[in-house]
Design a protein around this ligand. Sequence first.
Ligand code: SF4
Length: 300
Amino acid sequence: MTVEIDRNSGFCGGVIRAIDGAEKFLAEGGPLYSLGAIVHNESELARLRAKGLVTVSLDDISSPSPESLSGDASRRTLLIRAHGEPPETYRIAKERGWKVVDFTCPVVLKIQKSIREARERNAPDGQIVIFGKIGHAEVLGLVGQVGGDATVVENLAQLKEAIASGTIDLGRHVDIFSQTTKSPVEYEEICSYLSSRIADKALLSIHNTICRQVASRHKELAEFARSHDVVVFVSGKESSNGRVLSELCRSVNPRTYKVGSASELDSSWFRPEDNVGVCGATSTPKWLLEEVAVQIKNLH
Ligand code: SF4
Protein backbone atom coordinates (compact mmCIF):
# COMPACT_ATOMS: atom_id res chain seq x y z
CA MET A 1 0.00 0.00 0.00
CA THR A 2 1.27 3.49 -0.81
CA VAL A 3 0.19 6.61 1.04
CA GLU A 4 0.48 10.13 -0.35
CA ILE A 5 -0.34 13.43 1.36
CA ASP A 6 -1.94 16.10 -0.83
CA ARG A 7 0.68 18.85 -1.05
CA ASN A 8 -2.02 21.51 -1.49
CA SER A 9 -3.92 20.57 1.68
CA GLY A 10 -3.33 22.31 4.99
CA PHE A 11 -4.12 25.71 6.43
CA CYS A 12 -5.07 28.57 4.13
CA GLY A 13 -3.19 31.88 4.35
CA GLY A 14 -5.80 33.47 6.63
CA VAL A 15 -5.62 30.69 9.21
CA ILE A 16 -1.79 30.56 9.11
CA ARG A 17 -1.69 34.31 9.75
CA ALA A 18 -4.05 34.07 12.75
CA ILE A 19 -2.29 31.07 14.33
CA ASP A 20 1.20 32.53 13.80
CA GLY A 21 0.01 35.78 15.37
CA ALA A 22 -1.49 33.95 18.35
CA GLU A 23 1.66 31.88 18.92
CA LYS A 24 3.90 34.96 18.78
CA PHE A 25 1.65 36.74 21.26
CA LEU A 26 1.59 33.76 23.63
CA ALA A 27 5.37 33.40 23.41
CA GLU A 28 5.65 36.96 24.71
CA GLY A 29 3.69 36.03 27.81
CA GLY A 30 -0.05 36.18 26.93
CA PRO A 31 -2.72 35.68 28.17
CA LEU A 32 -4.75 35.63 24.97
CA TYR A 33 -8.46 35.01 24.50
CA SER A 34 -9.80 33.95 21.11
CA LEU A 35 -13.36 34.95 20.29
CA GLY A 36 -14.61 31.58 19.04
CA ALA A 37 -12.36 28.70 17.98
CA ILE A 38 -9.36 30.12 16.10
CA VAL A 39 -9.57 27.14 13.74
CA HIS A 40 -12.25 24.47 13.29
CA ASN A 41 -9.96 21.63 14.21
CA GLU A 42 -10.07 20.01 17.65
CA SER A 43 -6.50 18.67 17.54
CA GLU A 44 -4.96 22.01 16.61
CA LEU A 45 -7.11 23.74 19.23
CA ALA A 46 -5.79 21.38 21.91
CA ARG A 47 -2.21 22.18 20.82
CA LEU A 48 -2.85 25.93 21.11
CA ARG A 49 -4.77 25.53 24.37
CA ALA A 50 -1.68 23.92 25.87
CA LYS A 51 0.24 27.08 24.95
CA GLY A 52 -2.29 29.25 26.78
CA LEU A 53 -4.88 30.23 24.17
CA VAL A 54 -8.34 30.43 25.75
CA THR A 55 -11.48 30.30 23.61
CA VAL A 56 -14.26 32.63 24.76
CA SER A 57 -17.76 33.39 23.55
CA LEU A 58 -19.49 36.68 22.83
CA ASP A 59 -21.41 36.23 26.10
CA ASP A 60 -18.11 35.95 27.98
CA ILE A 61 -16.77 39.19 26.58
CA SER A 62 -20.10 41.00 26.94
CA SER A 63 -20.31 40.25 30.64
CA PRO A 64 -18.90 42.99 32.92
CA SER A 65 -17.18 40.40 35.14
CA PRO A 66 -17.10 37.07 33.30
CA GLU A 67 -16.76 34.28 35.86
CA SER A 68 -15.19 31.94 33.33
CA LEU A 69 -12.20 34.23 32.83
CA SER A 70 -9.33 34.45 35.24
CA GLY A 71 -6.51 36.96 35.57
CA ASP A 72 -6.21 40.71 35.57
CA ALA A 73 -9.05 42.27 33.49
CA SER A 74 -6.81 45.15 32.37
CA ARG A 75 -4.41 42.67 30.69
CA ARG A 76 -7.08 40.83 28.74
CA THR A 77 -6.46 40.73 25.02
CA LEU A 78 -9.05 39.48 22.58
CA LEU A 79 -8.08 37.83 19.33
CA ILE A 80 -10.41 38.24 16.35
CA ARG A 81 -9.94 35.19 14.14
CA ALA A 82 -9.69 34.98 10.33
CA HIS A 83 -13.50 34.75 9.89
CA GLY A 84 -13.94 38.35 11.03
CA GLU A 85 -16.67 39.89 13.18
CA PRO A 86 -19.52 42.36 12.80
CA PRO A 87 -18.91 45.98 13.94
CA GLU A 88 -21.08 45.29 17.00
CA THR A 89 -18.41 42.93 18.41
CA TYR A 90 -15.71 45.62 18.26
CA ARG A 91 -18.08 48.02 20.00
CA ILE A 92 -18.79 45.54 22.83
CA ALA A 93 -15.09 44.66 23.22
CA LYS A 94 -14.15 48.34 23.45
CA GLU A 95 -16.94 49.06 25.90
CA ARG A 96 -15.79 46.20 28.15
CA GLY A 97 -12.16 47.31 28.07
CA TRP A 98 -10.71 44.52 25.95
CA LYS A 99 -7.53 45.16 23.98
CA VAL A 100 -8.14 43.72 20.49
CA VAL A 101 -5.66 42.01 18.16
CA ASP A 102 -7.40 41.64 14.83
CA PHE A 103 -6.49 38.73 12.57
CA THR A 104 -9.48 39.00 10.24
CA CYS A 105 -8.27 37.60 6.92
CA PRO A 106 -7.53 40.45 4.46
CA VAL A 107 -9.75 38.68 1.89
CA VAL A 108 -12.69 38.76 4.33
CA LEU A 109 -12.02 42.42 5.22
CA LYS A 110 -12.25 43.26 1.53
CA ILE A 111 -15.62 41.51 1.20
CA GLN A 112 -16.94 43.28 4.31
CA LYS A 113 -15.96 46.59 2.71
CA SER A 114 -17.60 45.63 -0.63
CA ILE A 115 -20.84 44.86 1.20
CA ARG A 116 -20.86 48.26 2.91
CA GLU A 117 -20.10 49.95 -0.42
CA ALA A 118 -22.84 48.00 -2.20
CA ARG A 119 -25.32 49.12 0.43
CA GLU A 120 -24.32 52.76 -0.01
CA ARG A 121 -24.29 52.56 -3.81
CA ASN A 122 -27.73 51.04 -4.15
CA ALA A 123 -29.48 52.69 -1.21
CA PRO A 124 -32.28 52.87 -0.33
CA ASP A 125 -33.78 49.97 -2.33
CA GLY A 126 -30.79 47.67 -2.80
CA GLN A 127 -30.82 44.19 -1.34
CA ILE A 128 -27.84 42.18 -0.13
CA VAL A 129 -27.95 38.40 -0.62
CA ILE A 130 -25.27 36.14 0.83
CA PHE A 131 -24.73 32.55 -0.22
CA GLY A 132 -23.37 30.96 2.95
CA LYS A 133 -24.04 28.90 6.02
CA ILE A 134 -26.64 30.51 8.29
CA GLY A 135 -25.03 31.29 11.66
CA HIS A 136 -21.45 30.75 10.43
CA ALA A 137 -19.06 33.27 12.02
CA GLU A 138 -17.86 34.67 8.70
CA VAL A 139 -21.44 35.08 7.49
CA LEU A 140 -22.47 36.83 10.74
CA GLY A 141 -19.55 39.19 10.19
CA LEU A 142 -20.67 39.90 6.62
CA VAL A 143 -24.34 40.40 7.53
CA GLY A 144 -23.25 42.66 10.39
CA GLN A 145 -21.75 45.13 7.89
CA VAL A 146 -25.29 46.17 6.97
CA GLY A 147 -26.78 45.87 10.44
CA GLY A 148 -28.23 42.43 9.68
CA ASP A 149 -30.23 43.68 6.70
CA ALA A 150 -29.25 40.88 4.30
CA THR A 151 -30.76 37.58 3.17
CA VAL A 152 -28.61 34.49 3.68
CA VAL A 153 -29.31 31.45 1.49
CA GLU A 154 -27.60 28.11 2.00
CA ASN A 155 -28.59 26.60 -1.36
CA LEU A 156 -30.60 27.06 -4.52
CA ALA A 157 -33.81 25.81 -2.90
CA GLN A 158 -33.58 28.52 -0.23
CA LEU A 159 -32.95 31.17 -2.88
CA LYS A 160 -36.07 30.05 -4.76
CA GLU A 161 -38.09 30.13 -1.52
CA ALA A 162 -36.84 33.64 -0.70
CA ILE A 163 -37.90 34.83 -4.16
CA ALA A 164 -41.28 33.09 -3.96
CA SER A 165 -42.03 34.55 -0.53
CA GLY A 166 -41.01 38.06 -1.62
CA THR A 167 -38.07 38.19 0.85
CA ILE A 168 -35.98 38.88 -2.24
CA ASP A 169 -37.76 41.35 -4.51
CA LEU A 170 -36.56 40.91 -8.09
CA GLY A 171 -37.87 44.35 -9.02
CA ARG A 172 -35.19 45.94 -6.82
CA HIS A 173 -31.41 45.85 -7.14
CA VAL A 174 -29.68 42.71 -5.78
CA ASP A 175 -26.00 42.47 -4.79
CA ILE A 176 -25.02 38.83 -4.26
CA PHE A 177 -21.91 37.70 -2.36
CA SER A 178 -20.62 34.30 -1.30
CA GLN A 179 -19.01 33.11 1.92
CA THR A 180 -15.32 32.59 1.05
CA THR A 181 -15.30 28.81 1.50
CA LYS A 182 -18.41 27.82 -0.44
CA SER A 183 -18.39 25.59 -3.50
CA PRO A 184 -17.63 27.61 -6.68
CA VAL A 185 -19.87 25.26 -8.72
CA GLU A 186 -22.85 25.80 -6.41
CA TYR A 187 -22.31 29.58 -6.36
CA GLU A 188 -22.26 29.66 -10.12
CA GLU A 189 -25.51 27.69 -10.19
CA ILE A 190 -27.13 30.12 -7.74
CA CYS A 191 -25.93 33.20 -9.65
CA SER A 192 -27.09 31.77 -12.99
CA TYR A 193 -30.55 31.12 -11.59
CA LEU A 194 -30.78 34.62 -10.13
CA SER A 195 -29.61 36.11 -13.40
CA SER A 196 -32.19 34.07 -15.36
CA ARG A 197 -34.96 35.49 -13.15
CA ILE A 198 -33.93 39.14 -13.43
CA ALA A 199 -34.84 40.60 -16.82
CA ASP A 200 -33.14 43.96 -16.24
CA LYS A 201 -29.48 42.95 -15.82
CA ALA A 202 -28.67 46.40 -14.36
CA LEU A 203 -30.56 45.23 -11.25
CA LEU A 204 -28.06 42.46 -10.46
CA SER A 205 -24.44 42.68 -9.28
CA ILE A 206 -22.63 39.38 -8.81
CA HIS A 207 -19.56 39.60 -6.58
CA ASN A 208 -16.97 36.88 -7.03
CA THR A 209 -16.04 36.45 -3.37
CA ILE A 210 -15.09 32.79 -3.09
CA CYS A 211 -11.52 32.75 -1.81
CA ARG A 212 -9.07 32.06 -4.64
CA GLN A 213 -7.19 29.57 -2.46
CA VAL A 214 -10.44 27.66 -1.97
CA ALA A 215 -11.50 27.83 -5.62
CA SER A 216 -8.19 26.49 -6.90
CA ARG A 217 -8.19 23.83 -4.20
CA HIS A 218 -11.53 22.50 -5.49
CA LYS A 219 -10.02 21.69 -8.90
CA GLU A 220 -6.77 20.26 -7.56
CA LEU A 221 -8.50 18.23 -4.88
CA ALA A 222 -10.95 16.63 -7.33
CA GLU A 223 -7.95 15.55 -9.41
CA PHE A 224 -6.15 14.24 -6.30
CA ALA A 225 -9.23 12.23 -5.18
CA ARG A 226 -9.71 10.79 -8.67
CA SER A 227 -6.11 9.64 -8.90
CA HIS A 228 -6.16 7.56 -5.68
CA ASP A 229 -7.93 4.29 -4.85
CA VAL A 230 -8.92 5.47 -1.37
CA VAL A 231 -9.14 9.00 0.00
CA VAL A 232 -8.86 9.81 3.70
CA PHE A 233 -10.14 13.31 4.30
CA VAL A 234 -9.00 14.81 7.62
CA SER A 235 -11.10 17.59 9.10
CA GLY A 236 -12.80 18.81 12.26
CA LYS A 237 -16.55 18.26 12.60
CA GLU A 238 -17.23 22.02 12.78
CA SER A 239 -15.40 22.88 9.57
CA SER A 240 -17.77 24.11 6.88
CA ASN A 241 -14.96 23.97 4.30
CA GLY A 242 -14.23 20.40 5.46
CA ARG A 243 -17.79 19.35 4.72
CA VAL A 244 -17.76 20.91 1.25
CA LEU A 245 -14.35 19.48 0.29
CA SER A 246 -14.97 15.98 1.67
CA GLU A 247 -18.24 15.84 -0.32
CA LEU A 248 -16.33 16.93 -3.41
CA CYS A 249 -13.86 14.05 -2.87
CA ARG A 250 -16.72 11.57 -2.35
CA SER A 251 -18.43 12.74 -5.55
CA VAL A 252 -15.40 11.73 -7.61
CA ASN A 253 -14.23 8.83 -5.42
CA PRO A 254 -16.85 6.84 -3.47
CA ARG A 255 -14.06 5.28 -1.37
CA THR A 256 -13.63 8.57 0.53
CA TYR A 257 -13.58 8.45 4.36
CA LYS A 258 -13.69 11.52 6.60
CA VAL A 259 -11.85 11.39 9.93
CA GLY A 260 -11.06 13.91 12.65
CA SER A 261 -7.84 12.19 13.72
CA ALA A 262 -5.76 9.00 13.25
CA SER A 263 -7.72 7.21 16.00
CA GLU A 264 -10.83 7.12 13.74
CA LEU A 265 -9.14 5.10 10.98
CA ASP A 266 -10.55 1.65 10.21
CA SER A 267 -8.30 -1.02 8.66
CA SER A 268 -11.25 -2.49 6.70
CA TRP A 269 -11.21 0.60 4.42
CA PHE A 270 -7.88 -0.41 2.87
CA ARG A 271 -6.53 -3.23 0.66
CA PRO A 272 -2.81 -4.04 0.44
CA GLU A 273 -2.61 -2.93 -3.23
CA ASP A 274 -4.29 0.45 -2.60
CA ASN A 275 -2.82 3.80 -3.44
CA VAL A 276 -4.15 5.98 -0.58
CA GLY A 277 -4.47 9.77 -0.70
CA VAL A 278 -4.59 11.83 2.52
CA CYS A 279 -5.97 15.36 2.29
CA GLY A 280 -7.84 17.93 4.36
CA ALA A 281 -9.61 21.27 4.72
CA THR A 282 -8.25 24.81 5.00
CA SER A 283 -8.46 24.30 8.78
CA THR A 284 -6.51 20.99 8.88
CA PRO A 285 -2.91 21.30 10.11
CA LYS A 286 -0.15 19.60 8.09
CA TRP A 287 1.13 17.79 11.20
CA LEU A 288 -2.27 16.07 11.55
CA LEU A 289 -2.22 14.92 7.90
CA GLU A 290 1.24 13.46 8.54
CA GLU A 291 0.06 11.71 11.71
CA VAL A 292 -2.87 10.13 9.81
CA ALA A 293 -0.59 9.04 6.92
CA VAL A 294 1.84 7.33 9.34
CA GLN A 295 -1.04 5.53 11.07
CA ILE A 296 -2.44 4.28 7.73
CA LYS A 297 0.97 2.79 6.87
CA ASN A 298 1.01 1.09 10.28
CA LEU A 299 -2.37 -0.56 9.67
CA HIS A 300 -0.99 -2.97 7.08
S1 SF4 B 1 -10.32 30.54 3.15
FE1 SF4 B 1 -9.42 32.31 2.09
S2 SF4 B 1 -10.66 34.01 2.76
FE2 SF4 B 1 -11.08 32.38 4.19
S3 SF4 B 1 -9.61 32.72 5.84
FE3 SF4 B 1 -8.65 31.33 4.41
S4 SF4 B 1 -7.42 32.65 3.02
FE4 SF4 B 1 -8.91 33.95 4.10
